[in-house]
Design a protein around this ligand. Structure first.
Ligand SMILES: [Zn+2]
Length: 388
């Protein structure tokens, strides 16, 4: 059994932090929600920690409730300005991985496993102290420049949490990747999102992350509306979003392998519009053109990666409201009665779709109900959503 690291060391008078992983802690005057901010889960992204520290400093000036706590993600990575040493600390958050780590002696762990065990203990500690809803925000920056945006798992409580943020909200991207921190803590009952603040070394990225986190703290109810002036934060992010749609969803992942000869067409920035017929990329089979108007999400211009790009589209306010209403009414039960669809007995949030039959109706119907994780599962397609 791994020894759980204890919260130890003196409490910093300036930041309220306990121990080195904790960058700051602010305990409010009355019980209330807990907001956990994680920065630098990728060690080359120190901006998140700095942004969170600024937020806590601002909140110290007003009456707060509940608790705000800031954790450093990959401390070894942050110290060396490296994304990670052995493994990506934002791809390891699975129940099975956590259980395996807890059975290992500390001496057997690689650098990121040590980070994970410590971060796990730190977050669990914050949750154990919590006397209200726990929110978790994971703060990131990117290698390429671009408009900041929010990624979140498509559950109703998470939709409600991110809606007040004036940034592009991207639905269905988190579900494309396995082992993400935010998704793991959603499954543990937290309300979460991740935010990409902009380019790693751009000071504006820290401003973007600070504005996002302070608005999230306001939305979570850490301080009374109006107690802190957040109008400038709102305007800043609104300006960054410009004319981009407030909400978009991923409808397709263009997965690639090393021998596809994939080449993204030049000039796409993240969240760029593409017109029907526009050249998106080419590979060994020829040109790849947009089959409809849509949005290019995270185009791949570096050599490594399995995602060529994601294909998305704007989600209208009407469609958002409709899908929320449908879920509130639990109409998703009807999905089980679609031909070729059965519920996975072992996973209540997973449906198994017989593809020979399911070809008759668009898989898009699952999106409406929050089922956004599509995985091959033998002859079936496993279609899953996040619980909550
Ligand atoms: Zn990152």
């Amino acid at each position: 059994m791994t020894e759980e690291p204890k919260e130890s060391g003196p409490v910093s008078a300036r930041t309220g932090a306990v121990g080195p992983r904790e960058a700051a802690r602010l305990v409010g005057e009355a019980p209330g929600p807990t907001l956990i901010a994680v920065g630098g889960i990728h060690g080359n992204e120190p901006g998140g920690v700095e942004a969170a520290l600024r937020c806590v400093a601002r909140m110290r000036a007003v009456r707060t409730v509940g608790e705000v706590v800031v954790f450093r993600g990959n401390m070894g990575g942050l110290a060396q300005k490296k994304r990670y040493h052995v493994r990506d600390l934002n791809r390891v958050w699975r129940e099975a991985t956590v259980a395996r780590l807890e059975g290992k002696a500390r001496a057997e762990l690689d650098p990121e496993e040590v980070e994970q065990v410590e971060l796990l203990a730190a977050i669990r500690g914050a949750i154990a102290r919590a006397r209200g809803q726990v929110y978790l925000v994971d703060l990131h920056t990117t290698s390429a420049a671009g408009v900041p945006f929010v990624i979140f798992g498509d559950t109703l409580p998470q939709r409600r949490f991110v809606r007040p943020l004036p940034l592009p909200l991207v639905i269905g991207l988190e579900e494309q990747v396995d082992g993400v921190l935010a998704e793991y803590w959603t499954r543990q009952g937290c309300i979460t999102f991740s935010v990409e603040g902009g380019q790693h070394d751009d000071p504006k990225s820290v401003d973007n992350l600070e504005a996002t986190l302070i608005l999230a703290a306001e939305a979570a109810g850490l301080f009374a509306k109006g107690a802190l002036d957040t109008r400038a934060d709102y305007k800043l992010l609104e300006g960054r979003r410009g004319h981009l749609p407030p909400v978009m969803e991923v409808v397709e992942r263009h997965a690639i392998t090393a021998d596809d000869g994939f080449k993204m067409a030049p000039g796409f920035r993240n969240l760029d519009h593409a017109r029907k017929g526009q050249l998106l990329a080419s590979d060994k089979n020829g040109e790849l053109r947009a089959h409809e108007d849509g949005i290019v999400i995270l185009p791949l211009y570096q050599a490594q990666g399995n995602d060529g790009f994601f294909w998305g589209r704007k989600v209208s306010e009407a469609r958002l409201r409709a899908s929320e209403r449908i879920r509130e009414l639990h109409l998703d039960r009807v999905l089980r009665f679609l031909p070729g669809v059965t519920r996975d007995k072992h996973h209540p949030s997973r449906l198994l779709v017989d593809r020979r039959i399911a070809r008759l109706y668009p898989l898009d119907v699952f999106h409406v109900f929050g089922y956004r994780r599509f995985r091959e599962h033998g002859d079936f397609l496993a279609v899953e959503r996040q619980p909550g």
